[in-house]
Write a protein that binds this ligand. Structure first.
Ligand code: HEM
Length: 170
């Protein structure tokens, strides 16, 4: 345990929560912004929506996702949360990252096909992001006791095996 880093926990948690606020808000807002694309739009409108969605995704939502994940990863070690609710939370974080990647894919498709691509219904994409978000918030705020879940023994003890490749020594 890195004792001298413990005073940073409140700041890391604040950074974690502020970043995930923007991350989650962005993943909900982007499908709604993208749904404004309409083949009947003028070139100027198409360009404006394209620029706004591209900038939001690359300059705000993705960097905030990185900040949230990095701060969260530090919190695991500093708060020593090696407990089942955290692993359940990480499962839903993986789903959220999948939703994030899906939104990115839609931003690219819309941008590269000059409006010929019809984005999926925004509520579908919002639901794909909201479901893991709600599950994560429930897990992290109620911290349920999931110790009754039995994990296979091989997952709970060190395998004491060597890596299948040589590690260069200095
Ligand atoms: C890889 C991504 C993530 C990791 C590794 C992570 C890890 C953590 C850890 C270790 C804590 C501290 C828990 C404690 O102090 O007891 C925490 C707090 C928190 N996390 Fe995350 N988290 C991640 C993503 C998220 C996401 C996506 C959300 C919401 C959608 C979220 C919501 C929260 C909230 C609300 C807290 C404060 C809870 C409290 O202090 O009681 N986290 N996170």
């Amino acid at each position: 345990m890195i004792e001298w880093l413990l005073p940073t926990v409140p700041y890391l948690k604040a950074a974690h929560i502020a970043a995930l606020f923007l991350w989650c808000g962005g993943i909900i807002a982007l499908p709604l912004m993208l749904s404004q694309h309409d083949p009947a739009n003028s070139r100027a409108d198409y360009g404006r929506i394209r620029q706004a969605t591209h900038m939001t995704y690359t300059l705000a939502v993705t960097p905030m996702a990185v900040v949230a994940v990095v701060a969260g990863t530090w919190l695991i070690f500093l708060r020593e949360t090696y407990v089942p609710w955290l692993y359940a939370k990480l499962f839903f974080v993986a789903l959220l990252v999948g939703a994030h990647a899906w939104v990115g894919h839609i931003v690219v498709r819309v941008g590269e096909t000059k409006g010929r691509y019809q984005p999926p219904h925004p509520y579908l994409v919002v639901a794909a992001a909201l479901i893991p978000m709600i599950a994560i918030l429930w897990l992290v705020l109620s911290k349920p006791d999931l110790s009754w879940i039995e994990f296979p023994a091989w997952l709970m003890e060190p395998g004491n095996r060597q890596l299948p490749f040589e590690i260069p020594s200095r």
